[in-house]
Ligand binder design. Structure first.
Ligand code: PLP
Length: 445
């Protein structure tokens, strides 16, 4: 059963972590505990690898927030965003559905015991052998957006429940999808007519306003277009029952987007029409924090200006978990987790994460509190020059080899697209915590 309680996620102050100080503290303690056990100056190879702390309580809170603001819409978590097995177990226990893009994702979800009816194969251009697998497993819901796909589905999965994915205006999104997917409104009549001739089952309409969408009016236009397709389909004798409003939700703009979407849905679709969605980043982005070790440092002296800055090299970069910089247009923000205070020994600072530390630098310019700021650039571990995490970062702290930095909001489109380029690992440990006690009643972790 799905818990109905809400945590106080809306009451957080500026310095709170997604609304609860305890969440921030819990994550901080998990990060510190892990690094206390690793002395990069004498540890086993790989022991200082980057690692994640995942707060399952944050995923839980996001779900409760969804239910509060989009109660009519059943989320089908977009597995591609972060197929973390523990997150999937939690979402399954919370009763969400799942949006899968491939055989592997479908397999992973079904292996949790999820009913195939809770899965949508939301890839409009499917691999034939995956489609055969899907049909055998009883996953019936799937999207399409072109005639060739209809013939493919007729051949392999004639009993599928089809969602016609329509084009949207995704110009205000971070990752545009409409240049690749979606039938234009000029084309929907033809697609429905062919589906009718082929005796296929059109169950609904799907759209996606682009990942990281920021303009709520994109939802209004897409819902209106979907309504028009429902009407076209009805005229051809189909009885559509579901609208899939896709993903594109971000934590920071959720309430605003949800309010517009909920209102528009009620304006255009009667209550008997089932509404589903495919949120990805909304659920996981803020739940994951990554800690990386500083493996090298280069001192850069500008003799003319008399300024010293540093290039820091971390053991994770854009070919690894920071792939979100390239693929997802993100700008992860470094923060100091811990610095080694004694060069001759293992003696980490135990300052809390919110403590900005002390000024130990001789170089740099003064910040507003009169302390010195040091200029850094942050790089990944590969031999490629493109592997840059942040071209400019300033801190009061002197950061050196062996120190740790951490980055919040690293749960979406990060580890799922990490490579092993240059021989670095793409398997990083995840430490699970939960800032919501209710999570332990739902799953073991
Ligand atoms: N559904 C489909 C078909 C997608 O392609 C994507 C992302 O690319 C998503 C859902 C998830 O989008 P988001 O993470 O923006 O919610």
């Amino acid at each position: 059963s799905t818990p109905e309680t809400f945590s106080d996620y809306e009451s957080g102050g500026e310095d709170s972590y997604n609304g609860t100080k305890t969440a921030k503290e819990m994550i901080g303690a998990a990060l510190q505990k892990h690094i206390q056990g690793v002395n990069p100056h004498e540890c086993e190879d790989g022991a200082e690898d980057a690692f994640f702390v995942a707060d399952l309580g944050e995923v839980y809170r996001q779900h409760m927030r969804w239910k509060k603001h989009l109660g009519r819409v059943t989320p089908h978590y977009a597995v591609k965003c972060n197929p973390d097995p523990t997150v999937l177990r939690l979402l399954s226990a919370l009763g969400t559905g799942f949006d899968c893009a491939s055989k592997t994702e479908i397999e992973q979800v079904l292996s949790l015991g999820v009913d195939p009816a809770r899965v949508i194969y939301a890839q409009p251009c499917k691999t034939k052998s995956y489609l055969r697998y899907t049909a055998k497993q009883g996953v019936k819901q799937m999207t399409f957006d072109n005639t060739d796909e209809l013939y493919k589905i007729k051949e392999i999965a004639p009993n599928a429940e089809l969602y016609l994915r329509i084009l949207t205006d995704d110009s205000a999104s971070l990752c545009r999808l409409s240049q690749k997917f979606g039938a234009s409104m000029d084309h929907t009549q033809e697609l429905l007519t062919i589906a009718k001739k082929l005796d296929l089952n059109i169950a609904g309409v799907a759209f996606h306003v682009g990942s990281g969408a920021s303009d709520p009016s994109a939802f209004i236009k897409a819902v209106q277009d979907a309504r028009a397709v429902f009407d076209q389909a009805a005229a051809l004798g189909f009885s559509l029952h579901t609208l899939d409003v896709g993903g594109g939700f971000s934590s920071g703009t959720f309430e605003e987007m949800a309010a517009v979407l909920a209102r528009t849905l009620d304006d255009y679709f009667p209550p008997e029409i089932r509404i589903i969605a495919e949120p990805g980043r909304y659920y996981t982005s803020s739940a994951f924090t990554i800690a990386c070790n500083v493996i090298a440092r280069r001192t850069v002296e500008d003799k003319d200006l008399g300024i010293t800055s540093y290039m820091l090299y971390l053991n994770d970069g854009v070919y690894g978990n920071f792939s979100s910089i390239m693929f997802d247009h993100q700008h992860p923000v470094p923060q100091v987790l811990s610095t080694v205070r004694r060069p001759d020994g293992f003696n980490y600072s135990t300052e809390s994460l919110t403590d900005s530390g002390y000024a130990s630098a001789e170089e740099g310019v003064a910040d507003t509190e009169g302390k010195r700021l040091i200029d850094y650039s942050i790089w990944g571990p590969t031999c490629d020059g493109i592997d840059c995490i942040a071209e400019k970062w300033t801190s009061r702290e002197t950061v050196d080899v062996g120190d740790w930095l951490y980055f919040e909001d690293m749960g979406a489109y990060t580890k799922c697209s990490a490579t092993r380029f240059n021989g670095f690992t793409d398997k990083h440990e995840t430490i699970y915590v939960s800032s919501e006690p209710a999570v332990s009643d739902l799953i073991k972790f």
